[in-house]
Design a binder for this molecule. Structure first.
Ligand SMILES: [Zn+2]
Length: 249
């Protein structure tokens, strides 16, 4: 009897482990189904044109760079959950190493995670081999943090720190199967010192981009959590939709 229970429990654990990889994302998508300002799922791969160019009028993709942060990332995740909007988090390898539980929380919240180097260096200033090793190491540190919840996690997205790349480095990223993601609506939250000025910056950029854009903010930064609430309210009031991406082979 005890043996049967142990066997049943093990089988249940195996089944859970087998389906857990897709689960948080599927759960988040299901939970937000029917939310009026949820946009579409945009399919991209390494051969796609730049993400910005695929967006329709009044459509945005939210992205957050440089985390995870020990407290602010989780605050950001609760806001995103409350609003039911998807985002992509481009994580620094050193921060993923320091705060692995926060990496798992992002994953468990159903958001996509991409690489963003180990220490946020200007990669073209390194030797080519050093730069590619840094890209790989940054991704490995994220994979290590996620191993407990998704041992099969594979990176699909990469963003160069400062968008600073070379044709050779971009080719390396592509050949590694990573889609390079830029942004054309930065909130410049490293520069602005009030939530309002961050929101104004994003809205100005979106207006200049025919009212669409890949929005760039930083969850570790001081004013960004306050700014995101104002920004989401403003975007929703203006009829924008928040789309998600999926990576195809
Ligand atoms: Zn960055």
């Amino acid at each position: 009897m005890i043996l049967t229970r142990i066997l049943a429990l093990s089988l249940f654990s195996i089944a859970l482990a087998a389906c857990s990889a897709e689960e948080p994302r599927a759960i988040a998508q299901k939970a937000c189904k029917g939310v009026a300002y949820r946009g579409r799922m945009i399919e991209i791969n390494t051969g796609s044109p730049r993400l910005e160019s695929l967006l329709k009028e009044k459509e945005v993709i939210l992205t957050f760079d440089d985390g995870p942060h020990p407290s602010r990332t989780e605050e950001m995740l609760s806001i995103l959950k409350e609003y039911c909007v998807p985002a992509v988090f481009f994580l620094r390898g050193d921060n993923a190493y320091r705060h692995p539980q926060k990496v798992r929380t992002i994953w468990e919240s159903g958001h996509l995670i991409g690489g963003h180097s180990v220490r946020h260096d200007h990669l073209p200033q390194l030797e080519f081999d050093e730069a590619t090793a840094d890209i790989d190491r940054g991704i490995q540190l994220i994979a290590d943090a996620l191993h407990e919840v998704d041992p099969k996690w594979e990176p699909k997205l990469f963003r160069f720190p400062y968008f600073d790349t070379t044709p050779e480095l971009s080719a390396y990223v592509k050949q590694r199967g990573l889609v390079e993601i830029g942004a054309n609506a930065s909130g410049k939250d490293w520069f602005h010192k009030t939530p309002e000025s961050i929101v104004n910056e994003v809205m100005t950029r979106l207006a200049a981009n025919k009212q669409s854009g890949v929005i760039l903010l930083h969850d570790p930064f001081e004013y960004t959590n306050e700014a995101i609430v104002l920004l989401l309210d403003e975007l929703i009031a203006q009829g924008y939709v928040f789309s998600d991406i999926t990576i195809t082979d």
